[in-house]
Design a protein around this ligand. Structure first.
Ligand SMILES: CC(C)(COP(=O)(O)OP(=O)(O)OC[C@H]1O[C@@H](n2cnc3c(N)ncnc32)[C@H](O)[C@@H]1OP(=O)(O)O)[C@@H](O)C(=O)NCCC(=O)NCCS
Length: 192
């Protein structure tokens, strides 16, 4: 698949490129990434270069994982990353620490879901989200992006050492389920 650009009210989602290596290296030093993501730890510039020159382009070429850079404008600095894996159309995301708290990831995640479910990925009728239990910021993004929380038995997420941790799960359909927002009340307080 060829890389696709997605525009939102405030953002441009496009291809992460080798020139983003410094920003990716810096943002991936965040201790939250050690706790909640499977990005390498400790994270080096070589990891960022391999991500940008190999992992991202081959993910698009094989359609196994579609990864976007989140920017404010064409040629602007990378603010964060959002991706969708072929397996279960699972969404993943991170935002550089200094760019959080402005609703940008909610906006980016909603736009990616809309694109996937409008035919961007052939035959996709749901997008799947999961996070390590306790990752409230990620759950709030999922809630804002229209996901409905689901509670299957044995909900887990893999960690970087190959073990698993208890996880929160959600699904998003093209038409946002009317029960979606209320489904988060067990783990999140207040309305979105
Ligand atoms: C999860 C993450 C992407 C959210 O990014 P963000 O840009 O702050 O997201 P938004 O601004 O769209 O905020 C979404 C909601 O989370 C809330 N939020 C942001 N940071 C938070 C925190 N540390 N704790 C609790 N809530 C938080 C916001 O107030 C907002 O709440 P609302 O929906 O009630 O308005 C970011 O915290 C991050 O990169 N975390 C580390 C990586 C990670 O955990 N990724 C997800 C793996 S599943």
């Amino acid at each position: 698949m060829l890389p696709v650009e997605i525009r939102t009210a405030r953002l441009l989602l496009d291809l992460p490129v080798p020139a983003d290596a410094d920003d990716v290296t810096r943002f991936c030093q965040d201790p939250l990434f050690q706790r909640y993501l499977t990005t390498p730890w400790p994270y080096t510039r070589a990891h960022a270069e391999s991500f940008l020159t190999t992992y991202v382009p081959s993910g698009w070429a094989s359609a196994s994982e579609l990864t976007w850079a989140i920017r404010a404008e064409h040629g602007g600095p990378l603010l964060g990353v959002v991706s969708v894996r072929e397996t279960q159309n699972e969404i993943g995301f991170w935002m550089g620490s200094e760019h959080r708290g402005h609703g940008l990831m909610s906006e980016a995640a909603a736009a990616v879901c809309d694109w996937v479910l409008a035919g961007g990925i052939d035959g996709a009728s749901t997008v799947f989200w999961r996070a390590v239990e306790g990752n409230t910021a990620s759950a709030k993004v999922a809630r804002s992006a229209g996901f409905r929380r689901i509670e299957p038995a044995d909900a887990t997420v893999p960690t970087r050492d190959g073990s698993t941790l208890p996880a929160w799960y959600g699904v998003r359909e093209a038409e946002i389920d009317p029960r979606a927002e209320a489904s988060w009340s067990g783990i999140l307080e207040g309305a979105a």
